[in-house]
Design a protein. Structure first.
Length: 296
């Protein structure tokens, strides 16, 4: 394989990781993100890395990133586990053969986002230094988890003004974005000009799309009781992924687009992997198909 941009998916980290990979590898995924939620839950990362590398040996498939998702800025026990998990994933990235750890930036709950910046610096300045020393990049997902500027529970890194604050607060070439168009589209933001502007800070891409119901927006607005946008698996949403991948290539992006499943309102439950494999093939086609070497 000679692909500058791989198409893969996200798998949960833990005792079932290799078994799950084993079942879906035949579908043609080229990369995996190994993700944890709030805690490593006692996972031995070195042992897991050994098991994963043994399974992937000879396949050409790579681990594109590790994920530690939670709220690392709060002061409760779960936030402490998330912070410790971030640090351990940074240490472990090399064992998996990757250099990216993704996750949420966290936020102090119930207050405006800008009032979390001091705590953000307190937590992530040392993690950024650890990442720099290890040759690892930290990539924040642009997900609001239902929060807004005024209040929320999980993540600062929602929109460009937030990214500017974060990158100014902890200036590091090793801190960037785990970007996806979905989280911008459900705010009625056009993701295409945003991607062009921020391409140099995009370290990893989540393959997730959105469908905006413009008839509902025009009739009911965005704060009513009617759902006006849905998260979608790529291939079922509104994004022009050919344009997205072209912008990524033009910007020098070399990494992975890993499908973030389990959100589509139609291709879910028994249809989950049906939707993901369609998304996989759709994104490969948007990439330009399989690599074809030039004649010599």
């Amino acid at each position: 394989m000679d692909q500058q941009i791989r198409i893969g998916t996200i798998v949960n980290g833990g005792p079932n990781t290799v078994n799950y990979m084993d079942q879906i590898i035949p579908h043609g995924f080229e990369s995996f993100t190994v993700m944890f939620w709030e805690s490593l839950n006692g996972t031995d990362l070195k042992k897991l890395a050994q098991d994963v590398k043994a399974r992937l040996e000879g396949t050409g498939i790579v681990i594109s990133s590790l994920g530690m998702f939670g709220n690392p800025l709060e002061h409760d026990a779960k936030a402490q586990e998330t912070r410790e998990g971030f640090a351990k994933c940074i240490e472990a990235a090399q064992w998996f053969g990757c250099d990216i750890v993704g996750g949420f930036a966290g936020r102090l709950r119930g207050i405006p986002l800008d009032q979390s910046m001091g705590r953000y610096k307190e937590v992530f300045a040392p993690l950024a230094k650890q990442a720099e020393d290890a040759g690892v990049r930290i990539a924040f997902e642009n997900c609001d988890m239902g929060g807004r500027w005024e209040s929320g529970d999980w993540n600062i890194a929602q929109t460009p003004i937030c990214w500017e604050m974060m990158f100014n607060e902890v200036p590091s070439d090793n801190i960037g974005l785990e970007w996806e168009p979905c989280h911008q589209m459900v705010k009625l933001i056009d993701p295409i000009p945003q991607l062009r502007k921020w391409i140099n800070k995009v370290f990893h891409v989540h393959g997730k799309d959105a469908t905006v119901l413009w008839d509902v927006v025009r009739e009911h607005g965005v704060y009513g009781s009617h759902t006006f946008a849905y998260h979608r698996t790529p291939g079922f949403g509104d994004s022009n992924w050919t344009d997205i991948i072209s912008i990524l290539r033009q910007g020098g992006f070399k990494g992975a687009i890993d499908i973030e499943g389990w959100h589509d309102p139609v291709y879910r439950d028994d249809l989950e992997m049906t939707g993901q494999v369609h998304g996989l093939n759709f994104l490969k086609n948007a990439r330009g198909g399989s690599y074809v070497p030039n004649p010599k």
